[in-house]
Design a protein around this ligand. Structure first.
Ligand code: FAD
Length: 393
């Protein structure tokens, strides 16, 4: 049986970063992961370029039962600290939009950064290692694994959420939480595309692959970032973002023209070009295919503008500005980027991520009930929470 100062379960973003941080403090660190490869989600992230942080990260970009929980970690290790590290590793990056920083080249560079940081402090990483049992022992924690037995003074759970089981996601972290009497808040897929009811799916099938600038609003939260029609339903940044706030059965208000006042535009067009078809005027804003499909979908008759009477143009504008959509559901964990809910943050110190009732037991990253918006926030949470735990183990 070997003893380590620190054992971290999960060689993803949070686990590897925590390992490097603890190693820098002279701790003997072992990271265990059941997967064949480390950092698989990082490799898949940001379309292979990893949106590794967001320049505008603040506590407001996170969903958590306790909205203050993330503040301390985010201020102890900020986005600027991680950007500094990326610079030190000579990784070229760019801002894509809204403060989102992506590698110019490949997400592999971020995994390499993490592995280089671990190697520099001799933090050991073992893959293909199943964790069989975890128990408390007189010196800390005792692990039985497929690669032998270990004890450690500090144990860090960094096994992430449930999204993308194909990439190695398991409920392991939640099971350990429950084993130690830490409640797990209800989990569900988030940052995930919507599926549509059959009727909507059939009518909108033509639009598969079309994207449009639009906003999506639900439960008093609105994102104005664009949507994408897919063959299953709807995706794109605004839809992914709002999926984290949406509950089954609820409706979503989609504004298909958030930057303009369509009614004013239609009234002006009616005066200036009364013989022009509505579809021609709408083609100023959308692709032709989209105009035809949406007019049919919204049951709007296409005729010369002068033929619209009374409130008919108001109705047209209303349909496009406030499309009242009821999604059928989401694509679920299979394609979700993250998991909403997780180990209840009330049971952890926000300064260190240590379990209040279990000295030496830490939870970091997505396994906690902390979910970031789309845009690099989830990785920043992995770095910040990994760092503070790494400084306290
Ligand atoms: P993970 O990175 O998921 O790591 C968990 C590790 O634990 C894995 O290596 C896993 O194999 C291991 N593990 C799980 N169960 C066990 C077990 N039973 N025994 C041993 N090991 C186990 N976020 C962003 O900020 N920017 C992006 O661009 C971005 N893109 C994404 C794209 C995709 C396709 C996905 C799925 C997610 C994306 N995310 C992105 C979210 C981000 O990847 C996660 O929030 C982040 O990886 C969480 O880090 P973590 O270390 O907590 O968990």
């Amino acid at each position: 049986m070997q003893h380590k100062d620190v054992i971290i379960i999960g060689a993803g973003a949070a686990g590897l970063f925590c390992a490097a941080t603890a190693g820098q403090r002279g701790k003997e660190v072992l990271v265990l992961d059941h997967a064949k490869k480390v950092g698989r989600k990082i490799l898949m992230s940001g379309g292979g370029r990893c949106n590794f942080t967001n320049m505008y990260t603040s506590h407001e970009n996170f969903i958590c039962n306790n909205p203050h929980f993330v503040k301390s970690a985010l201020s102890q290790y900020t986005q600027w600290d991680f950007i500094d590290l990326v610079n030190r590793h000579n990784i070229a990056y760019h801002e894509k939009t809204l403060g989102q920083l992506f590698c110019d080249d490949s997400a592999k560079q971020i995994v390499k950064l993490l592995m280089d940081e671990c190697a520099a402090v001799s933090a050991q990483v073992k893959t293909n290692c199943e964790i069989l049992t975890v128990t408390k022992s007189s010196t800390g924690y005792h692990l039985k694994t497929s690669q032998g037995e270990y004890t450690c003074t500090s144990l860090v759970i960094a096994t992430g959420g449930l999204s993308m089981p194909k990439l190695g996601a398991t409920p392991f972290g939640y099971q350990i939480a429950e084993q130690f009497g830490i409640p797990v808040t209800p989990t569900r897929a988030a940052l995930v595309p919507f599926t549509l009811h059959e009727h909507d799916k059939v009518l909108l099938a033509e639009l598969s692959g079309v994207s449009v600038q639009a906003s999506a609003e639900c439960n008093n939260t609105i994102f104005n970032e664009g949507i994408l029609f897919t063959h299953r339903g709807m995706s794109g940044p605004a839809v992914l973002q709002i999926s984290s706030y949406w509950q089954a059965g609820q409706r979503v208000a989609i504004n298909l023209l958030p930057q303009h006042d369509m009614l004013a535009y239609l009234h002006q067009a009616q005066t200036e070009q009364p013989n022009t078809l509505l579809s021609t005027v709408l083609s100023e804003f959308y692709a032709k295919r989209m105009v035809q499909t949406l007019l049919t979908y919204f049951k709007i008759e296409n005729k010369p503008l002068k033929q619209y009477q009374g409130k008919q143009l108001d109705n047209v504008a209303q349909q496009f500005h406030a499309w009242d959509l009821q999604p059928n559901g989401t694509e679920g964990y299979r394609t979700a980027e993250v998991t909403l809910g997780g180990a209840d943050t009330d049971y952890f110190s926000s300064k260190t991520m240590e379990a209040k009732a279990h000295p030496g037991l830490f939870f970091i990253g997505e396994v906690l009930d902390v979910t970031g918006w789309l845009g690099g926030y989830n990785f920043q949470w992995a770095w910040s929470s990994g760092y503070v735990a790494g400084m306290s183990v």
